[in-house]
Design a protein around this ligand. Structure first.
Ligand SMILES: [Zn+2]
Length: 159
């Protein structure tokens, strides 16, 4: 499932990307273009704008009412059955941190050598596997951020 988030949903878009979901987001975009991309690329429009919900012909959309990005994320996960857990094994699917939170590109594995001058020294010294974004060259690695995200997800989904 692919998404496009309206300009009010930047934080939600980032969270969805971190969970591995293809989510387009443009901070400044005309409604007409937003709708056209949703239509042409068969994306679910995530919006806070009640006017957009009334647009004729648009079938895939979800209206989000609250301001809290975690509540929004929960609603998207529940609405489209996107649970990031493997229910049988009590662990996260590998899709977590598979996509760049900045540009939505799929991450590719990077060597420790490639990461050397691109990540903080303590990270380089203590981490063995890295991913990078081919488009904006940002590096990602398993660390405390992921642990926090996992905890937060457990909290919003199961409380
Ligand atoms: Zn990127």
């Amino acid at each position: 499932m692919k998404f496009i988030a309206d300009s009010m949903l930047g934080r939600l878009a980032k969270w969805l990307r971190l969970l591995g979901h293809d989510t387009l987001y443009y901070p400044d975009i005309e409604d007409s273009l937003l709708l056209r991309i949703a239509w042409e690329e068969d994306r679910v429009l995530l919006t806070r704008d009640t006017r957009l919900v009334k647009v004729r012909g648009l079938k895939k959309l979800l209206l989000l009412t609250g301001n809290d990005p975690f509540e929004q994320l929960k609603k998207v996960i529940m609405s489209f059955n996107l649970h990031p857990f493997d229910p049988g094994r009590d662990r996260f699917e590998t899709c977590l941190y598979s996509r760049c939170s900045l540009c939505n590109s799929v991450l590719v594995p990077a060597s420790k050598e490639q990461a050397k001058d691109r990540v903080p020294e303590y990270v380089y010294l203590t981490t063995e596997s890295f991913n990078k974004c081919q488009k904006c060259d940002k590096f990602y690695w398993e660390g405390t951020h992921q642990e926090k995200l996992r905890k937060k997800l457990m909290e919003i989904l199961y409380n």
